[in-house]
Ligand binder design. Structure first.
Ligand code: C2E
Ligand code: CA
Ligand code: CA
Length: 698
């Protein structure tokens, strides 16, 4: 504790000296012999005690005491009078003026010291008390301001649940102002309900008081204000305990979460719905499927997933623009929604993909009906921006529990079935089946093998001889690509060429075959075995801008003269851009490469383009040769094709000669060249060389 101060006011300097010397070991002693200046001195030294002489000129001690007591700064200072009077009247007057003690002259210093010592102690305690009170007061004020200005609503109650404090936010949310709220029961000012059921909720204050623990409010709470306004709130109540642990009341803190709940609701709608159509998206569909499956198990009914994909939507989008595409999607979604009812819901799970989920099905016929309805709704012409469009859709269907055991499988299998509907020519619906799945698996397996073979350059090329029918002499060979599985079994091209075309792998495949053929032909030529090699070219490969350059490049790489290369193209490969096709064929033909028209008779077989394109060879399709002997029509077609080739000056090759009877007939019809099992199956290169080339070599 800092040193205390005693101020002594006396007009007699000798009195001052006496007292000062007698007290200065207990406190700082300040003296003043001019009463008129006493006030000033007191301001400066802020004493704990003032010893005041009563008998002084000008202003006596009583007057001075009044002045001290009147001033706020000096009011609290303990005043002790010193006088030579001993009468009771003086004493009582002094005490009435607010003095705390009275010392008589002549002064008994030791008694005086004890008394002053006591007063100093008292004064120190009083000072401490005042300071503590001030600190408490300022803390209280601070707390008050904090509670008033925080964003949360705060209400305090006593143990009877009566409001003792309510901050402005709580006043706003309850609609009760501070004055009227204080003293009211918490349940009067705070109307709490369940937001969904409107049931009255128990106020957490009651629970907090009863169970003496912190209590959170029910999750779904709302408060209805005195004026009837509703707010969504979350809150908690905690008991207030005194230092002995006795509960003296509660404090309830709550927040207005109306906006954040609205935001969360909107967010959850956004994450679960498609913004264009407002339909549930894939996420929500998953949830719904998951919820629906147990219901179907319970009721022993079926659940069908119909995956709807607009045919050629990409084309529509690319040619007419996204805006039109969006409008088409939107209109279709509205039409399909007509099919929805308590058991049927629609979602949009991708650009042009919708899923109609139909549960509680008892008859499989029902699914057919729904699928047909979808096709009809989609197929009805729709108007977008003044133009009329007619859509078609492909639909894949999978059914729980027949085709799948969970929602993921259901969707995956519907996708597989939809894909099948597309490959079957679109605008149809297709059910998932185990066979379909095994086809898909197989396809996947082949795709993997093909990728690997291309990467590792292990595709094989077999060669099938082309023979002069009259002499049996070798006139050329057709190159036929082969893929092997892990067990070294051969996978026929029909199983992977279409897939290679779909996946674009055909370009790499075609290049590798072309290079192998040019390499072989070049070597054979050098070895003295000139063989013209026919290479099959897929439509996609031919339409590649680089095609001509690729051919040139391959020929150059192996220094092969173009006349030893023949390109076998089907009619469909030539049917895209006539002028482009003709230009490319002409350029190839000009360099000396032969062009052969494969599978002739099965496609368009139009006479005009036979003349329009620079062709060298016609290959009569195997099917006619096969049927020729028992089917006059087939034989007539072969006859006609042979005449056609002669008159157009085209070389003719018959495919698929298997028997000598076929051979004889072809010869009699005037066909000069052919290939087929009668001569040889396609052979691995070494066998082909051994059988057809080695004797002639070198
Ligand atoms: P394609 O061009 O019509 O080839 C002739 C097909 O007939 C070959 O089938 C061949 O093995 C088969 N064949 C030949 N003689 C007979 C016979 O006497 N009887 C029977 N039943 N069949 C015979 P392969 O090798 O299975 O090829 C099938 C198709 O795959 C080919 O038909 C061709 O379109 C395509 N292809 C084969 N290799 C390639 C290639 O390297 N590139 C491209 N793009 N397509 C290829
Ligand atoms: Ca061919
Ligand atoms: Ca053919």
């Amino acid at each position: 504790m800092s040193k205390q101060t005693i101020l002594i006011v006396d007009d007699q300097p000798e009195n001052l000296v006496l007292l000062e010397s007698g007290l200065n070991d207990m406190a700082d002693v300040v003296t003043c012999h001019q009463p008129s200046k006493a006030m000033q001195v007191a301001f400066e030294c802020d004493p704990d005690i003032i010893l005041l002489d009563i008998e002084m000129p000008d202003i006596n001690g009583f007057e001075l005491c009044k002045i001290f007591k009147a001033h706020v700064k000096t009011r609290a200072i303990s005043i002790i009078f010193i006088t030579s009077h001993h009468d009771f009247e003086h004493e009582s007057k002094a005490l009435a003026l607010g003095a705390i003690d009275f010392i008589s002259r002549p002064i008994n210093l030791s008694v005086c010291r004890i008394r002053i010592q006591n007063h100093l102690r008292l004064s120190a305690q009083e000072r401490q008390l005042t300071n503590a009170y001030k600190a408490l007061q300022s803390e209280k004020e601070h707390l008050h301001v904090t509670l008033k200005s925080i964003a949360d609503a705060v209400i305090a109650t006593d143990v009877e649940e009566r409001v003792t404090f309510i901050n402005p936010v709580a006043q706003r949310l309850t609609g009760w102002n501070g004055n009227s709220a204080i003293g009211q029961s918490i349940t009067t000012i705070m109307n709490l309900f369940d937001a969904s059921t409107n049931d009255v909720l128990i106020n957490p204050v009651s629970v907090a008081l009863e169970e003496e623990r912190v209590v959170a409010m029910a999750l779904n709470a709302k408060i209805v204000s005195r004026q009837g306004r509703e707010y969504r709130v979350t809150d908690s109540a905690a008991p207030i305990k005194d230092s002995c642990g006795k509960v003296t009341g509660t404090v309830l803190v709550f927040q207005d979460v109306t906006e954040s709940i609205a935001m969360a609701t909107q967010m959850s709608h956004l994450t679960n719905h498609d913004p264009l159509t407002g339909l549930p998206n894939r996420l929500l569909l998953h949830d719904r499927l998951m919820q629906s499956i147990p219901c179907n198990i319970r009721t022993n009914t079926k659940l069908a997933v119909l995956l709807i994909d607009i045919d050629n939507f990409k084309y529509l989008n690319d040619t007419l623009g996204h805006q039109v595409g969006d409008k088409v999607i939107f209109q279709l979604s509205q039409r399909l929604e007509e099919l929805c009812d308590a058991h049927t819901s629609l979602s949009r799970i991708g650009g042009d993909e919708f899923v109609l989920m139909s549960s509680g099905i008892n008859s499989s016929n029902h699914i057919d009906v729904v699928a047909t309805q979808i096709a009809t709704l989609a197929g009805t012409p729709m108007k977008v921006g003044g133009e009329e469009y007619k859509l078609s859709v492909s639909i894949g269907i999978s059914v729980f529990p027949d085709d799948a055991s969970n929602e993921q499988e259901l969707l995956r299998h519907a996708d597989t079935a939809m894909y099948r509907a597309k490959t079957l020519g679109r605008s149809r619906f297709c059910y998932f089946s185990d066979e379909l799945q095994s086809e898909v698996d197989q396809r996947f397996q082949i795709e993997r093998l093909l990728n690997k073979a291309i990467e590792e350059q292990t595709l094989e090329v077999f060669f099938q001889p082309k023979n002069n029918l009259a002499t049996g002499e070798l006139v050329g060979a057709e190159a036929l690509v082969r893929l092997r599985d892990e067990n070294n079994n051969i996978i026929p091209p029909d199983a992977f060429i279409p897939l290679a075309e779909e996946t674009g792998l055909i370009h790499a495949l075609g290049d590798q075959v072309l290079h192998q053929c040019c390499k072989a032909a070049s070597r054979w030529l050098k070895e003295g075995n000139p063989v013209r090699v026919g290479v099959n070219i897929a439509a996609l490969q031919f339409s590649n801008e680089q095609f001509y350059l690729n051919i040139q490049q391959a020929l150059k790489t192996y220094q092969l003269s173009p006349k030893w290369l023949e390109l076998e193209l089907t009619e469909s490969a030539l049917m895209h851009d006539f002028d482009m096709t003709r230009t490319t064929l002409q350029k190839l033909s000009d360099t000396g490469v032969s062009i052969s028209l494969d599978d002739f008779g099965t496609g368009y077989s139009s006479l005009s383009y036979l003349r329009f394109f620079p062709l060298d060879v016609l290959k009569v399709d195997r099917s006619f040769i096969k049927d020729m002997l028992n089917d006059d029509q087939a034989k007539n077609i072969v006859d006609a094709i042979i005449h056609l080739a002669h008159s157009l000056n085209l070389q003719l090759v018959a495919e698929g000669i298997e028997t000598s009877a076929q051979l004889e007939t072809l010869k009699s019809l005037g066909c000069q060249e052919g290939q087929g099992y009668f001569y040889s199956k396609p052979l691995p290169i070494h066998e082909f060389e051994a059988r057809y080339l080695s004797n002639n070599a070198k």
